[in-house]
Design a binder for this molecule. Structure first.
Ligand SMILES: Cc1cc2nc3c(=O)[nH]c(=O)nc-3n(C[C@H](O)[C@H](O)[C@H](O)COP(=O)(O)O)c2cc1C
Length: 200
């Protein structure tokens, strides 16, 4: 059986759950915005790691990273991603699959400017995902960046920005007794969504 839903519905639904997860507090859910990000390389090899959601609206889900990192290169190459949130105390899971776009430089500048200075320095100093050739190289790079920007604002590195995952499919999973869990799926269909309910 399938039905349809307006474009905003799964985003509203997601935002309600995220607010509930945040409201439970850091002792119950230490990182409510964290999610597993799945990417794939040119050979079809998937990889997954945790990142933090920084924005969500009807355009999609935004996170920030180094575009030259493994995930950055894979996302720019294949332009596809999967995400999975798990809020264990709520017995909730949200799975997202979609296409990848870059956020605007204005959006990235604004978010970068809001970060602690140490994180801004780190974004310049870390050659994310590359091999550290000599112990101490990272610390030396941090010191060099600190010297370079002493007394002035740290600008956003050109290789550091955000990705927006534009969903084609969103699944809301709700744990139920006897593993008879609820699974509500939204599949993009024109301007709205086709919805369906799956066996657990
Ligand atoms: C809780 C948590 C939050 C993280 N948030 C981010 C993030 O927002 N952006 C990021 O680039 N890496 C983040 N990381 C580090 C990534 O998991 C990963 O180690 C790093 O980005 C390198 O991944 P890659 O080599 O696949 O590109 C986070 C790790 C943890 C455990």
């Amino acid at each position: 059986m399938s039905d349809t839903a307006p474009h905003g519905e799964p985003f509203d639904r997601f935002s309600v759950l995220l607010s509930e997860a945040v409201a439970l507090g850091r002792t119950r859910i230490p990182e409510p915005t964290s999610f597993a990000l799945g990417t794939v390389d040119a050979a079809g090899q998937p990889a997954v790691r945790i990142v933090l959601l920084k924005a969500v609206d009807e355009r999609g889900f935004v996170f920030y990273t180094n575009y030259e990192s493994r995930k950055g290169r894979e996302l720019l190459g294949q332009r596809r991603a999967a995400m999975c949130f798990h809020w264990q105390p709520m017995e909730r899971q949200v799975r997202v699959e979609g296409d990848v776009t870059e956020v605007s430089s204005e959006e990235a500048d604004e978010y970068f400017a809001s970060r602690p200075r140490g994180s801004q320095v780190g974004a310049w100093a870390s050659l994310q995902s590359q091999r550290i050739a000599t112990p101490g190289d990272l610390e030396a790079r941090v010191a060099e960046v600190e010297r370079r920007y002493e007394g002035v604002a740290v600008p956003r590195p050109p290789h550091w920005s955000g990705f927006r995952i534009v969903p084609r499919r969103i699944e809301f999973w709700h744990g139920m007794p006897s593993r008879l869990h609820e699974r509500n799926v939204y599949v993009k269909d024109g301007g709205g969504w086709r919805t369906e309910v799956l066996y657990p």
